[in-house]
Design a protein. Structure first.
Length: 618
């Protein structure tokens, strides 16, 4: 069916980056989203959020009836887009140079290579500054240099350098011809008067940067300890998580985009370009699983610095999220002049949820610290002293209602997920303290841990539903309940858990897709029904795996992978028709994939593992 929308489908994009910022590139080769110079900086291109005002960069081969393919160079974040016809073939390579260091260039390099025939290329350069709040001016300042600037002196000018001339006579070109065997280069970067390169130098430097970048990513992937089934999917997920993790700070963003809607036409359009304690902790868990301990170590230094600043200097509780550089300021602002993806408003930057009480973050964080101490490096006593303060906060507050994992803005409730993660926080701290013989009030902590455990079993089991429910006195389910066996609060073979799994599959699943429930309702009955939440589907499969239902788990996992896009990437959510919703690509989805693949692969290869049931495919 032909797309009649002015917006490309979210699933039709790929991503490149340099662990400092990223760009989203449509499968036609259009660069439609690019924040510069950092993940959370204003956009230079954001056509993804307003097809008229957002801005983009495109070099489109004019090939009639072309077949277009897009892929990554093996085990890298270097993107290859191919235009193919009987008479013509053009390759487009997009990448951001990266060698693992933080001092490298911050730029997009596009290489256009003529493989067969001579091809006319349409050139479109439509940048915007500061979310299109400042007017861009263009000036060809040399034969192959196009300067982009505005009157706002706080906005650094940009430039595009090329291996071809931007002028034809006195006019700026709008198209050019690439011949068989010819390569044309475009470099998008911050303007620097002193770094003007001749056309030949641009080609040679880009070739060397491409070689260095490919080598870095492939060598990084070789250090993965994962050798099991579904390796291509696991590797792509690992490469994405690395791409979203700041090389300078060690802090990962939840997603590289903002305000892509959870419901088309809806108002839940949040900015995800920040570091959530929850998401970051899960990301480090995935890195530890795959043997990437240096990434986990750098995050531990980042989080320790946050704790020292907040708890000791500012005498404040930790926030649920931070800017990548550790700043606490995430003031939420609406970009009223932006239409929004598929007219989904408001378009928001910043995130007001930063001020919410979300007590579950202590559980995710302390679980990851516990695992890092076990599989990575032993933590210091000074770090332990900060952990004690975190546990004290949990003990003082676990009985309070909060906004929960889904950051419901309208109300606070007693959520099962929150209580479970409060139990995790105290439990992992006890384990860590005992393992390392650190001083702590053991009797008090064990008492509180056991109180929380009992509270969960008594207050969240609903006899009429024959299942656990997602908040106190609720009568419905939510995918967040699936965390219980994953953090070992309940046995996956427990009769109550088996009943809960059956209820989840019956009430909030469609095919292998599972849905959130933000209230006490049936999520399928909402008029504006959001998409299925991808990590929930992975959690469900991992719960099956842990319960020994390996045939069913493997089949569901394979079906779930078919919902990824052409580059094996996932958004936050997915609609019943397979369309992506929410910010993209989403770290939460991919860390769920890694954890599930790890569990399945381990259990399938463990001969003594208790396989409980066979599963018929139809």
């Amino acid at each position: 069916m032909k797309n009649t929308s002015s917006y490309y489908a979210i699933e039709d994009y790929g991503i490149i980056g340099n662990c400092k910022t990223t760009a989203l590139i449509h499968k036609t080769g259009s660069i439609d989203f690019f924040c510069f110079p950092n993940f959370d900086s204003p956009t230079l291109f954001s056509r993804l959020l307003d097809h008229k005002k957002g801005g983009f960069f495109h070099t489109q081969p004019q090939i009639e009836n072309a077949t277009i393919h897009q892929t990554y160079i093996q085990n890298t974040n270097v993107l290859l887009t191919r235009y193919i016809s009987k008479e013509q073939l053009v390759d487009i390579i997009d990448f951001m140079p990266f060698d693992g260091k933080t001092s490298g260039t911050n730029e997009i390099i596009r290489v256009i290579k003529g493989i067969e025939g001579n091809t006319n290329i349409q050139l479109e350069i439509e940048p915007t500054f500061n979310y299109n709040r400042d007017t861009v001016q263009k000036e060809v300042i040399a034969d192959n240099r196009l300067k982009l600037f505005c009157d706002n002196k706080d906005i650094a000018p940009m430039e595009i350098q090329s291996s071809l001339s931007f002028l034809k006579g006195k006019s700026e070109i709008s198209n050019f011809t690439i011949e068989k065997g010819e390569a044309v280069i475009f470099v998008i970067k911050q303007f620097d008067e002193d770094t003007a390169d001749a056309k030949e130098a641009i080609v040679s430097k880009s070739r060397e940067k491409l070689r260095t970048t490919v080598t870095y990513w492939q060598n990084w992937m070789k250090t993965s300890t994962y050798k099991g089934d579904w390796t291509p999917y696991v590797n792509r997920s690992a490469l994405l998580l690395k791409l979203l993790t700041s090389a300078e700070h060690g802090s990962p963003v939840a997603a590289p985009t903002f305000s892509l809607p959870e419901v088309l036409g809806g108002d839940k359009n949040w900015d995800y370009r920040y570091t959530w304690i929850r998401d970051a902790s899960f990301t480090m868990y995935a890195f530890i699983r795959l043997g990437f301990l240096s990434e986990a170590s750098q995050f531990m230094m980042w989080i320790q610095a946050r704790l020292e600043k907040d708890l000791l200097e500012l005498n404040k509780d930790i926030q649920i999220m931070y800017c990548v550089n550790g700043s606490r300021d995430l003031t939420e602002v609406e970009l009223e002049h932006y239409e929004g993806y598929e007219k989904s408003k408001p378009v928001l930057i910043g995130n007001a949820a930063v001020n919410q009480l979300q007590l579950d973050i202590y559980g995710e964080l302390l679980d990851t610290i516990y695992l890092f101490d076990k599989y990575g490096e032993e933590i210091s006593y000074s770090f332990w002293s900060l952990i004690v303060k975190l546990v004290d906060t949990v003990i003082e507050n676990w009985e309070k209602p909060d906004h929960g994992i889904w950051e419901v803005r309208e109300s606070q409730r007693h959520y099962l997920y929150t209580k479970v993660m409060c139990w995790v926080a105290v439990d992992r701290a006890i384990r860590l303290g005992k393992k390392r013989s650190f001083p702590f009030p053991e009797v008090e902590w064990i008492k509180v841990r056991d109180q929380i455990f009992t509270y969960v079993y008594e207050e969240f089991w609903n006899e009429s539903c024959n299942s656990f429910v997602h908040f106190k006195e609720a009568s419905t389910l939510d995918l967040s309940i699936l965390i219980m066996p994953l953090v070992r609060m309940i046995s996956p073979y427990d009769k109550k858990w088996v009943a809960t799994m059956e209820a989840i599959e019956d009430k909030i699943m469609h095919d292998v897709l599972i849905y959130r429930n933000l209230n006490d309702t049936n999520p399928f009955e909402d008029d504006l029904n959001e998409g299925a939440f991808i990590i929930g589907s992975f959690w469900f499969v991992e719960c099956l795996s842990r319960a020994g239902q390996l045939e069913k788990a493997e089949y569901y996992f394979q079906k779930l992978l078919t919902y990824s896009n052409h580059l094996d990437l996932f958004a936050e959510e997915i609609d019943k028709d397979g369309k992506f919703l929410g910010n993209f690509p989403q770290a939460f989805s991919h860390l769920g994939l890694i954890s599930t693949a790890f569990s399945l692969n381990r259990n399938l290869k463990e001969e003594s593992f208790n396989v409980t049931t066979e599963y018929d495919l139809f």
